[in-house]
Design a binder for this molecule. Structure first.
Ligand code: HEM
Length: 405
């Protein structure tokens, strides 16, 4: 008979927030040494690479995103309608069907198509920075960078970048934990985006272009296509999943490069290290540090019973520093041998759909930054977002450099 998780003797994670990311990592390591799981406030933290990956690959664990409204006792039929359709929160056959149809539009080739555009965007953002000789890198580059990419991806013209920036701010309120206050704003932004996208979809239906929206419209798997509602929901999910993640990951990267000048020099000397540098940055300091799942039924794993409804939190920070998987895990080394993948893109059914795109965005940004900001260094203290943020990175990142090019 499996032992119910409530009766298993495991460490308890304190709700107190450690002061820094390295402290958090260290305290988690100490707490879970010899344990793969620890008890937390609302559920259980999963602390090893193997167990995080195995549990994320087990489709009986459902994404807890769909519980956001329920856990906050937020009732709004419009909310439930929108939530049910999102790739981020659907499960089972419905989720598999959407993934099957859209995956052909998220290939390395479709990401590569945008590389010249990505390069242009970073260069344009860096032009005034290079003239000034210093920068608050988050405001100057990280914040604006992903919006033009998502717009280009969806086929929205330059004059609408501002609109998407504004909509993204409201749509991101979903992560603020206060739906009673923010729910109507989030729904309104979603509806505004739907109205905009409806126009764009009808344009692309009559005149397809070489862009992701046209690919999504055309995407078909065994005679099955996305409905208009599903296309709208997909556009919304892309803005939600593809913007704040990328900007925070870029902020984490530049903070790391400023703190590790020898690694930055390696990248400067050999831009071909960019792909490995992206993987190492994401392993060492990932912007998404974990996720949440709930048991859709009673689940037995490693002879432990997780009753239906149990919440688990696969912890990517712990998994990415698992010494069973990564030699010398606390060392930041962009020349690390490729091998075990980090978990910052997740694993299993909900593995990041935009991973190729995100990698391309980061690789292009790394190469331009390395070339144009020689001698990159900190020009003041980094201030970090609150530790409890699901998507995390520097709030402000003052940098200086030798004469920029
Ligand atoms: C560095 C940047 C990024 C990181 C760290 C990241 C991370 C993640 C993670 C961890 C998940 C899985 C969440 C879970 O299992 O609960 C995910 C899912 C997803 N990501 Fe990303 N992401 C990034 C960029 C992007 C971009 C650029 C796009 C697209 C434009 C994107 C689109 C998506 C979508 C659509 C999903 C949901 C997939 C599904 O549920 O089947 N992501 N991402």
């Amino acid at each position: 008979m499996p032992t119910p998780i409530s009766e298993v003797d495991i460490p308890v994670i304190s709700t107190e927030q450690p002061a820094s990311e390295s402290e958090r990592r260290e305290s988690l390591r100490q707490l879970t040494e010899g344990h793969w799981i620890a008890r937390a406030d609302l559920g259980y933290v999963i602390a090893t690479h193997d167990d995080c990956a195995a549990m994320l690959r087990d489709r009986r664990w459902f994404s807890a995103l769909s519980l956001i409204a329920e856990t906050q006792n937020y009732e709004n039929p419009e909310w439930s309608k929108r939530d049910r359709k999102s790739i981020l929160s659907t499960e089972g056959d419905d989720h598999q069907r959407i993934r099957r149809i859209v995956s052909s539009a998220f290939t390395p080739k479709s990401a590569d198509r945008l590389r010249p555009f990505m390069r242009d965007v970073v260069n344009e953002l860096l032009d005034p920075v290079c003239e000034r000789g210093e920068s608050e890198f988050v405001a100057d580059v990280c914040e604006p960078y992903p919006i033009p990419i998502i717009c280009e991806l969806l086929g929205a013209p330059r004059e609408d970048w501002e609109l998407f920036s504004r909509l993204a701010v409201d749509i991101f309120r979903v992560f603020n934990g206060n739906l009673a206050k923010d729910g109507p704003k989030i729904i309104a932004a979603g509806e505004e985006m739907d109205a905009y996208m409806l126009n764009l979809i009808s344009e692309r239906r009559s005149q397809p272009r070489d862009d992701l929206l046209s690919d999504l419209i055309a995407a078909e798997e065994e005679g099955d296509r996305l409905s208009t509602d599903e296309l709208l929901s997909m556009a919304n999910a892309l803005l939600l999943a593809g913007t704040d993640t990328t900007r925070n990951q870029l902020g984490c990267a530049v903070a790391l490069f400023a703190q590790h000048p020898e690694q930055f020099e390696l990248l400067r000397d050999d831009p071909e290290l960019a792909p490995g540098a992206v993987e190492e940055v994401m392993r060492y300091l990932g912007a998404v540090r974990g996720t949440a799942r709930y048991a859709s039924e009673d689940i037995t794993y490693k002879d432990v019973l997780f009753p239906k409804g149990t919440l688990i939190f696969p912890n990517f920070v712990a998994a990415n520093h698992d010494s069973e998987k990564f030699a010398n895990p606390t060392k930041f080394d962009i020349t690390r041998e490729p091998g075990i993948p980090h978990l910052t893109f997740g694993s299993g059914a909900h593995f990041c759909l935009g991973a190729f795109l995100a990698r391309a965005e980061l690789q292009e940004a790394f190469m331009v930054v390395a070339r144009r900001l020689p001698g990159l260094t900190l020009n003041g203290e980094i201030s970090w977002k609150p530790m409890q943020n699901g998507i995390w990175g520097p709030e402000s990142l003052p940098i200086a450099f030798l004469e920029g090019h």
